[in-house]
Design a protein around this ligand. Structure first.
Ligand code: PA5
Length: 447
């Protein structure tokens, strides 16, 4: 078992008998996931994905990634929410948050279409100036406004630069297998397409072509990633409650929520994990935050944020708990040099590895935050290898589904996401939204 829950820093807040009481509910929720009889059961394709993925498409992903690597200096990945967070999370976590500056033999990979910021798009266009580019546009629905805008801009650039024939080589579309504007357009223009399976929602799609194509372009071993997820699947779907990390995590957060801990802060001590936290925030926030319920998912990177948010966590309102990702072996090694003059007084740690110091900072913070009344769940993971990353992804996905069912919500829909879109379309005067447009104009006039 690679992902482990260390309960030492939560045990003074949640006792063993509470875990024992909650175990049957977690096992029942897991059975609901496995039997596919619960709400949202038409979005459970991610459960068997690590062993039942489309091998032909997987080979095409690898082949396309090799072509992209040879053909371009920059890959622009266009998508929003579940259509970009997983790819970016895995690339940064397995490689580095500085991966573009350290790319080696891989193209730079930038993400676009995840905001409507003119500055962000203009900057990216400047960064692509004079470089060979490819585009991977990712949209399950094919109609999401933010990526559609970015795709229109980048398609125009590619066609100007390489012509319609060149665009056929350089544009890759990941979308529904048969339906939607993007699929129809990509087929008409002759772009290679990859599939977002019908039964996998955006936030569960990182191990489909949505995540795998950009991840493979980054030079990450997608076989190992899938193998890790497959091992985790085997383990968490079958292990009993005691020692089943996915069930233990789901139960602990559920008990803490019932105690009034309505915010969960995902903590890492590794800047490369920041986007993993963003992916996690979407996974848990979109899955659980509905029907007036749910734990608000937040994240921090320590020790950085100990110098900004540390005060609040230590001493502010007691509504949160922390979940710490403890990466046990470092990817890189830096040793503190000895200074004969010791002007900065750091010789007491000279010769030590930075990772050892980071772990001491973690231990000191855990003890301090527990003293401050903040329960801490610790998720231990051996390292940031592809295999362990695949395991961690599956662990979080399964725990999220179990946790959502325990909370009594459908973890696989996101009805609330539509509200802002309807208003935005009405304000922009989109055809078909005339009535809402008039209602909003009246409301705005009264403000
Ligand atoms: O999880 C989700 O469903 C969302 O985050 C979507 O992935 C996001 O809205 C993008 O949708 P689409 O892929 O249809 O463009």
């Amino acid at each position: 078992m690679s992902v482990k829950i260390n309960k030492k820093f939560v045990s003074q807040f949640v006792s063993q008998h509470e875990l024992d009481y909650a175990a049957p509910a977690a096992e029942a929720a897991l059975s609901l996931v496995k039997s596919k009889n619960g709400p949202g059961n038409d979005f459970l394709g991610w459960i068997d994905l690590p062993i039942a993925y489309d091998k032909e498409e997987f080979a095409r992903i690898k082949a396309a990634a090799e072509r992209i690597k040879k053909m371009c200096d920059v890959l622009v990945v266009i998508g929003i929410g579940g259509s970009y967070l997983g790819a970016r999370a895995v690339i940064e976590y397995c490689k580095s948050n500085n991966y573009n500056a350290l790319h080696g033999d891989c193209p730079e990979i930038y993400f676009a279409g995840n905001s409507i910021s003119a500055s962000s798009l203009a900057d990216l266009l400047k960064m692509c100036d004079g470089k060979d580019i490819c585009v991977n546009v990712v949209s399950k629905s094919g109609t999401t406004t933010e990526p559609a805008i970015a795709f229109r801009v980048f398609r125009e650039l590619i066609v100007k630069k390489y012509g319609e024939d060149g665009a056929k080589e350089r544009i890759f579309a990941t979308t529904d297998k048969a339906r939607g504007t993007l699929k129809t357009f990509a087929d008409r223009m002759g772009y290679e397409t990859f599939v977002v399976p019908d039964d996998i929602g955006g936030r569960y799609s990182v191990l489909t072509a949505v995540g795998l194509l950009p991840i493979a372009v980054a030079g990450i071993d997608i076989d190992a990633l899938m193998a890790g997820a497959a091992e985790a699947r085997e383990e968490y779907l079958n292990a009993p409650f005691a020692g089943n990390a996915a069930l233990e995590y789901a139960v602990l957060r559920n008990i803490l929520y019932k105690r009034g801990k309505s915010t969960e802060i995902l903590v890492s001590y590794e800047p490369a994990a920041q986007m993993l936290s963003e992916w996690w925030k979407q996974l848990y926030g979109e899955s659980e935050g509905k029907d007036g319920k749910g734990i608000y998912p937040a994240s921090v990177v320590f020790s950085t944020d100990l110098h900004s948010l540390g005060q609040f966590i230590q001493d502010g309102s007691r509504t949160m708990f922390e979940t710490v990702i403890d990466i046990q072996s470092p990817k890189d090694h830096v040793t503190i040099p000895h200074d004969p003059e010791d002007t900065d007084g750091l010789n007491y740690i000279a010769g030590k590895e930075l990772d050892e110091i980071n772990h001491k900072a973690m231990l000191g913070t855990l003890l301090a935050h527990v003293d401050g009344g903040v329960p801490n769940i610790v998720i231990e993971t051996p390292d940031r290898s592809e295999r362990e990353t695949g395991r961690l992804i599956y662990f979080f996905e399964l725990a999220c589904a179990v946790s959502g069912y325990m909370l009594g919500v459908n973890p696989f829909d996101q009805p609330g996401v539509e509200s802002y879109k309807k208003n935005m379309f009405a304000l922009l005067g989109k055809k078909g939204s005339e009535q809402r447009s008039a209602e909003l104009a009246e409301r705005i006039a009264k403000l």
